[in-house]
Design a protein around this ligand. Structure first.
Ligand code: ADP
Ligand code: MG
Length: 238
């Protein structure tokens, strides 16, 4: 079953065409990585899928529903950004439960969901701390937790690890992979880091100038790059 469908998607900022007639069909449960150099349109594409930007042309479907003109909150997606965007005045517990409280979920269910997410992400001992008392890696786990508690169908990650040092990045990469194995949600993950893409992805979409150059498994892209740009970017012999 298709989870996310991007259909003939074009996005322009004034005269600048940032996404140029993109088509992507993401099956349910896939870990898709959008890989490309800075400025190629990765965040813009993610923001269109999330509903944070209005498309110029084309459609976004989620779970076979055309959501192109729906509000972000109705799309069943959770987004994790590069900057953690946690509420500084609230504890970790508060940050995790805030959205659920706003949605008027019963208290016991909120507690259950927060406890489950904290366990999965191994942040149980941190629930009563405020963000200022957390490390970068811990903050990013809380940010992932906020998407997790909402029980979303699709996770969108925008370079979530790029503010972290190399060791933490490697650790969290393993955790995100583990999370995907246990949840089996569809995940769309933006990065400019080839290693991250090769280790996380079921498939990689390589973007340049708002166009997808190649969309395939890491092995296939490595062994059979369709053009010089892809070969150079992935670092494989052509
Ligand atoms: P990436 O995430 O791959 O680094 P972006 O999607 O952020 O790239 O940006 C793609 C292009 O769109 C860049 O040329 C950027 O300057 C331009 N851009 C992004 N946001 C805006 C905006 N709000 N207004 C005008 N141009 C923008
Ligand atoms: Mg970006």
């Amino acid at each position: 079953m298709t989870s996310v469908l991007v259909k003939d998607l074009t996005l322009k900022f004034g005269a600048l065409t940032v996404l140029d007639n993109l088509n992507i069909d993401i099956p349910e449960g896939e870990f898709l990585v959008l890989l490309g150099a800075s400025g190629c349109g990765k965040s813009t594409l993610l923001n269109c899928i999330a509903g944070l930007l209005d498309v110029t042309d084309g459609e976004i479907h989620i779970n076979d529903r055309n959501v192109t003109w729906e509000e972000p909150s109705g799309r069943g997606i959770g987004m994790v950004f590069q900057s953690y965007a946690l509420y500084p005045q609230m504890t970790v517990q508060g940050n995790l439960s805030f959205g659920l409280k706003n949605a008027r979920m019963p208290k016991t269910e909120i507690q259950e969901r927060v406890a489950r997410a904290a366990k999965v992400l191994q942040i149980e001992p941190l629930l009563h701390r405020k963000p200022a008392a957390l490390s970068g890696g811990q903050r990013q786990r809380v940010a992932i937790g906020r998407a997790l508690v909402r029980d979303v169908d699709v996770f969108l990650f925008d370079e979530p690890l790029s503010n972290l040092d190399a060791k933490l990045r490697a650790d969290l990469r393993v955790e995100i992979k583990r999370l995907h194995h246990s949840l089996k949600n569809t995940m769309i993950y933006v990065t400019h880091d080839q290693v991250e893409a090769m280790t996380l992805a079921d498939r990689i979409a390589i973007m340049k100038g708002g166009i997808i150059q190649q969309l395939d498994t890491p092995t296939e892209i490595y062994n059979r790059p369709t053009n010089k740009y892809v070969a150079g970017f992935i670092g494989s012999p052509e």
